[in-house]
Design a protein around this ligand. Structure first.
Ligand SMILES: *Cc1c(COP(=O)(O)O)cnc(C)c1O
Length: 712
């Protein structure tokens, strides 16, 4: 199927094929090719080649099709593209010879690229990075999730600092998705009948390199208007809506794989949202004649469950009567009675149907997402397992990582290519190779980084200028949005979802002390904030409002900025363009945190409370870890944590940043940047993460299974 709005000259017609495979987004050659089609459109479409190709003028395309330099580049990008997709000696082929059948990765959100707004934050970006990396390593994985036609909330901040929830209908012709087709070339639409709830589900396909993603959509003829909304928005609606979404994800997702004829041996549920998939697989086996006990055992042996949530209140729990509405009759199909059915998801001593408990019971292999998160999870579920000690709780961990080709800035990538290895991306988890970072001349790395900072500042200015010109926002909003940012000033970055445990306003605990740090005439500092609040979370919105009002306050002279509508596109500018990545969660509530890993790989050191990945990543020389006072009550704890952050800023960070040699290069600072890159990149790249999953959780060797059996 082709996009009717795209008309390409024959000689360059495969541009459409490349635009519809998201692997262009992590291939510098392909990115450069689209950029050279039309630079202005490239920028105005926020780097969306499908949209660019629908908008570009015919005469521009004709000119490109006759330009020898463009054609040479086109040919080389296509050769690379074919080579990447057809490669047979992948890591997976070499390390798991003869392994047949694929892995289905279920997730409620996927953060692949901005042109597909089907993610809200870290969990989704992780899922997107997981798929991209599976493609790079040749792991036979397929993604299963939702196509949300209204995406996630678009953030607009009013003049009073309040987040307005705004949704934009997806422009299908500008998004890299197409209807999925069954083996006989028909559109894939399935019918789901649960309780008295009939529902049609249509399936879309997105291609991320070698990995296909199947995304379900309920906006189909035949569904009631209410049911058409089920897949409307990510995390929209009430509890009933959420349950319906999870039914579609787990049960619908399993059924569409059957209809599409995808061969799957192993199922991975990213968070409890997808846990119904395990019930559905038991039902299939029972329908084929197995007993419940046998079916359950087989399903457990081929299920992996990743849990991220470190607090009991964070888990999805539904009232049992609500579950009964949809699953009446289902337990008979499983071959069990109502009591046994509800027992599958109950946490002793608590009410309700707990999705995490269900997944823990039905999947054999389970993991948290950092070493610390593994420990916290084992402690949290100790009673559930009636375990004597935490070591008996069968939850391991795989620390998250990030997809380096997506997150490392192009100019930094070029520096790595020149001094570390031309093929650094193929060997990104090779720690000894990264010792070569020391060979990069300080001035080269520093200039590349300063380029990133300047491009962040111009990006921010373009954004507020557009809001000023097109939306007639108030002048103070232009200032709060970053119009006064300085391209040469020490810049701290804080960008993530405004969930209360992340304590976005911690740095404002002592306003006077902060003001002194920011406004020092010789060594000034600025802070850039970004992040959305969940559309229903007024607490998060209040935090945004506090930051925003301080950003508007003339007393800070424009040294605080709040960038509206944080998303992957802005994240790429931020994680490479600031100088220090700030993170100050209430430990141990940061399950892992991945934005700091992105920053670290770009030579942006972390200033972070020891929690999540940073407990594993911090070496003493690759960033800063202000003391966290875990023993104090919350209010005192905030003040104490803030005080230790101020102290590190005043005594270490600010002086080191401004200590310049005759060439203007801060050699001491560059040393920290290099340590950050050298130590973090191999350890927190997603190649390392996927290899861990394959070797320890997907296809564990007999030895590692025995080790786990002892733990279980
Ligand atoms: C990486 C990323 C996140 C995750 O940030 P944390 O540090 O894990 O909170 C959230 N949103 C976007 C847009 C990201 O790119």
């Amino acid at each position: 199927m082709t996009n009717a709005k795209i008309r390409l000259p024959k000689r360059i017609e495969r541009l459409e094929e490349v635009a519809y495979n998201l692997c262009w987004s992590w291939n510098p050659g392909a990115r450069g090719l689209f950029k050279s089609v039309d630079r202005t459109l490239w920028r105005s479409t926020h780097h969306n080649p499908v949209k660019l190709l629908t908008l570009v003028k015919a005469e521009t395309l004709e000119a490109r099709a006759k330009d020898p330099a463009f054609l040479q580049w086109y040919d080389s990008v296509l050769a690379q593209f074919d080579d990447y997709l057809g490669k047979s000696d992948t890591w997976f082929a070499q390390s798991q010879p003869g392994r047949e059948g694929g892995i289905a990765y279920f997730s409620a959100e996927f953060g692949l690229h901005n042109s597909l707004p089907i993610y809200s934050g870290g969990l989704g970006i992780l899922a997107g990075d997981h798929c991209k990396t599976a493609s790079d390593l040749g792991i036979p994985l397929v993604g299963v999730g939702f196509m949300y036609p209204q995406g996630y909330v678009v953030q607009r901040i009013g003049v009073e600092g309040w987040q307005r929830n705004h949704y934009e209908q997806l422009d299908w012709e500008s998004a890299p998705v197409r209807p999925a087709e069954t083996a006989d070339g028909k559109e894939c639409v399935i019918r789901l009948d649960l309780g008295a709830w009939p529902l049609h589900v249509k399936v879309w396909k997105v291609q991320a390199g070698r990995v296909p993603l199947y995304l379900m959509d309920t906006n189909v003829p035949g569904n009631t208007p209410g049911d058409r909304e089920v897949s409307g928005r990510l995390y929209g609606g009430d509890q009933k809506m959420r349950l319906r979404q999870e039914i579609v994800l787990g049960i619908g997702g399993t059924r569409i794989l059957r209809t599409l004829g995808v061969d799957v041996q192993l199922y991975h549920a990213n968070e409890g949202h997808a846990a119904f998939l395990m019930l559905e697989r038991i039902r299939e086996r029972v329908a084929a004649g197995a007993s419940f006990a046998d079916a359950r055992r087989e399903v457990a042996a081929s299920s992996v469950f990743t849990t991220h949530t470190p607090v009991p209140a964070g888990h999805d729990v539904f009232p049992e009567p609500l579950i009964e509405e949809y699953f009446k009759g289902y337990w008979e199909e499983l071959g069990i009675d109502k009591k046994e059915f509800f027992a599958l998801s109950r946490v002793p001593g608590r009410e309700g149907w707990n999705m995490t408990a269900l997944a823990l019971r039905l999947a054999e292999r389970k993991n948290g997402v950092s070493k610390r998160n593994g420990i916290v999870s084992r402690e949290m579920w100790k009673d559930f397992y009636k375990a004597e000690g935490v070591d008996e709780v069968p939850i391991g961990h795989v620390t998250n990582g990030v997809h380096m080709p997506t997150w490392v800035n192009q100019d930094i990538d070029d520096v790595f290519g020149q001094y570390v290895s031309k093929d650094w991306k193929l060997h990104q988890d090779d720690a000894p190779m990264w010792a070569k970072v020391k060979d990069i001349p300080n001035e080269i790395l520093w200039r590349a980084h300063e380029g990133c900072r300047r491009s962040l500042v111009s990006f921010v200015r373009r954004q507020v200028s557009r809001r000023w010109r097109k939306d007639h926002v108030d002048a103070t909003q232009v200032l709060a949005g970053g119009a006064l940012l300085d391209g040469g000033m020490l810049t701290l970055g804080f960008a993530r979802r405004f969930a209360p445990y992340k304590r976005a306003t911690l740095i404002f605990q002592d306003i006077e002390r902060l003001k002194k740090i920011l406004l020092d005439p010789w060594k000034p500092v600025q802070i850039v904030f970004a992040g959305k609040s969940h559309p229903a979370d007024d607490g998060g919105k209040k935090l945004i409002q506090q930051v925003y009002n301080l950003a508007k306050d003339p007393a800070f002279g424009g040294h605080i900025a709040f960038i509206e509508d944080y998303d992957m596109h802005k994240a790429r500018y931020l994680v490479s363009g600031v100088d220090v990545w700030l993170n100050n969660p209430l430990a141990p509530l940061e399950a892992c945190g991945t934005s700091g890993q992105k920053a670290a790989a770009n030579g942006v050191p972390n200033l972070s409370i020891l929690d999540g990945w940073w407990e594993e990543g911090f070496t003493g020389e690759n960033g800063w870890a202000p003391k966290a006072s875990t023993h104090l009550p919350d209010a005192e704890r905030d003040a104490a944590d803030a005080a230790s952050i101020y102290q590190v800023l005043e005594e270490q960070i600010v002086p080191l940043f401004y200590e310049r040699g005759p060439d203007g290069v801060p050699d001491g600072w560059v040393r920290v940047m290099k340590e950050s890159i050298r130590t973090s990149t191999p350890q927190f790249c997603s190649n390392r993460m996927l290899k861990d999953y394959v070797e320890q959780f997907y296809f564990p060797s007999v030895e590692s299974m025995e080790k786990k059996a002892v733990a279980a």
